[in-house]
Ligand binder design. Sequence first.
Ligand SMILES: O=c1ccn([C@@H]2O[C@H](COP(=O)(O)O)[C@@H](O)[C@H]2O)c(=O)[nH]1
Length: 605
Amino acid sequence: QPEAQQPIAAPLRELPWAQLNFLHTTDIHGWWGGHLQEASFSADWGDYVSFAKHMRDKADAEGVDLLVVDTGDRVEGNAIYDSSKPRGKFTYEIAKEQHIDLISSGNHELYKADTAEGEYYHTVRDFQGSYLASNLDIYDPRTGYLEPLAPRYKKFTTKNQGIRVLAFGFIFDFTGNANNTVVTRVEDTVNEDWFKEALKDDDLDLIVVFGHVDIRSPEYAILFSTIRAAHNDLPIQFFGGHSHIRDYKIFDDKSVALESGRYMETLGFMSIDGLSTGGKDESAATPQKPVVTFSRRYIDNNLFSLRHHSGKDEKTFPTQYGLNVSKAIGDARDSLDLTKKYGCAPRDLWISRRPYPHKESILSWIEEEVLPDSIAESQRIKSGGKALVIQNTGAIRFDVFKGAFTKDTKFLVSPFTSPLRLIKDVPYKAASQVIKLLNNGGPILLEMMEANAFLQPPEVTAARFRPDLLSFAQSFESQSGGGGGGGGQSPMLAEVPALIPGYTTHDDAGIDGDDTVHSKIAFYNVPNCIQSAVGFDSNNKDEEPQTVDLMYNGFIQKWILMALQYIGQKYTSDDTEVYAQGESFTDIMTGWVEKHWASEGECPK
Ligand SMILES: O=c1ccn([C@@H]2O[C@H](COP(=O)(O)O)[C@@H](O)[C@H]2O)c(=O)[nH]1
């Protein structure tokens, strides 16, 4: 994109090409334009189209194969999707310009009935032959009949090597979908006849399981054990998503899983050597080697990396097709007026690169400034009312960088449309317990685990399977380096001078997965929810009110009501109402920025 930052040269690790190679994206969340404010991730979907073309050409030239995979959550999280009317107006047209061999749905394609229909009418059709839905059905909007969103599986033979692949496309056991789709639990799907039949095939060289599923989840554990029981020596390659992190898991010596981050930051590269091949004809068939080798690389999505890995330069890298896609993205951004400025952010604000609370925590900013200032303007508070306002941290999707706060920023931080809701005059003694139940273990958290529904940012939720992700022990002051954090550098990386802060992934294969050698960024735990007291000081016992309005992001209503029930307060959804004719947190935050950070002209650097 014309406004994107120039990529910065950095030490790179090469791509480990092999007999079968994959490019993998996941959790793009509408970031088709890439990251305009971050040099490390400044390439866009058009650049990825050019890159994939060069990679396919290279594979053809060397007689190996390349498959392109996307594992869902393409929607929600960026103004290109969320601010267009209808939502998705540009997204489907942009997405379909990439050639994708294997594609599946995420949970964000299913939260709202119209988004699921968008998937059915657009993406499933645009990627016919590639889209799989092994455990996902939709009520056909034309007939009303429940049908698979797409074929359950497919078997195909790769173009150059003649590798016979059986592929499945899954979604995790998601329970928050609108009622026009049905997700079948993975543990039930593996007992369905079609699944057992599909596995009864001896003419296979590889099984690929791809999906919107955390690679360390119980769902993938079940799929691995079921498939391994049917094929004790067959290589199985998993691709996952949903937790927004880079990760690689080794199931056994012939099965691994790759997860490729989020928001177009990462292009996952995976390769396999030693596979048997059925051959394009029988005489060309080859047996499986005694050792099957799997390798992975997480590519930072910027032009320095993409040009290097495709062996191209500034002139030879862009294809005409890719340039057209970049232009379409730019046109969409212009027509949505995404550079419209609401104000100037005076400092960086981070979701998890700073501890919470902290002056540079976006959560502290919302809790201490945005919500109290904004809700204090309401008639009920002005006329002496008091409120507790609860916001789930997972609804805050991205950091704010010092400088212009634009329409782009608004939707990157808070893309969701759920209105703020409230229950009037809840006894304070009960209302003040709710946040504790939502944050501190106990029955509500058990219910959330059971429903696979989490309120934290997905990267933080991911840490439940990976406690080493978190920089628990460090205090912010003790960390080296400014902007990028710093905490806990490994001895190896600490010795390399002037590295750019970025991903330093530690996965089952070690610490050499990232293509770009970076210095480490701190990553802190955050609570499920934050809470602001409005109209009184919650730290002053003398000011304790009798009752408060209990306000919350409508997305978490179920959990608020459940928490109140546990405390013995029997409220139902009938007792709730929308705040300010349905104003969303997104609008409240933007209004606050306009009022408090307004500034004419360029923002100070
Ligand atoms: O409308 C919504 C949808 C989701 N959330 C929160 O997002 C995260 C999960 O994000 P994924 O991208 O699906 O991993 C979770 O914390 C949800 O509570 C939301 O707030 N509003």
